[in-house]
Design a binder for this molecule. Structure first.
Ligand code: ZN
Ligand code: ZN
Length: 138
């Protein structure tokens, strides 16, 4: 998202909305994926040499469970505020800061549900769906 400083009218905030293509921001890292575009909505204020942006980003997020390796979706949502020093600039680009805010939410480990039973280390059965005989044989 780019904000042109000329678009600011005196004493008025600027409202912007944009679709983000996850590929453009290089968001597909590790176990977090975004199958669809995200929506970025922002309200920006200019005061003197500073622009403040109140942003909201949301989109469907796809995970692979760290225990059972099953894929699942949940909604990603985040509100954040950005500040820009606009001295000598005629536009500001939010992209790298928006990316940072999203990547910051990247978990190291994620479970499909709090009580995920994971995979059997012996036969690989998904213990959320089936019971295997490995434990009883032991
Ligand atoms: Zn799981
Ligand atoms: Zn087993």
């Amino acid at each position: 998202m780019k904000i042109l400083l000329n678009d600011f009218k005196a004493h008025e905030s600027l409202t912007l909305e944009e679709e983000i293509n996850p590929d453009d921001l290089d968001l597909d890292i590790g176990i977090m994926h975004f199958p669809d575009n995200l929506t970025l909505s922002a309200e920006a204020w200019k005061s003197g040499d500073e622009v403040t942006v109140q942003a909201h980003v949301e989109g469907m997020r796809n995970f692979t469970c760290s225990l059972c390796l099953e894929e699942f979706n949940n909604l990603f949502e985040k509100d954040f505020t950005l500040h820009y020093d606009i001295k000598g600039l005629d536009s500001i680009s939010l992209d790298s800061d928006v990316r940072d805010e999203i990547i910051m939410e990247h978990p190291i480990r994620v479970l499909c549900r709090p009580d995920c039973s994971g995979l059997c280390p012996f036969c690989g059965a998904n213990l959320n769906h089936e019971k295997c005989e490995c434990k009883s044989k032991e």
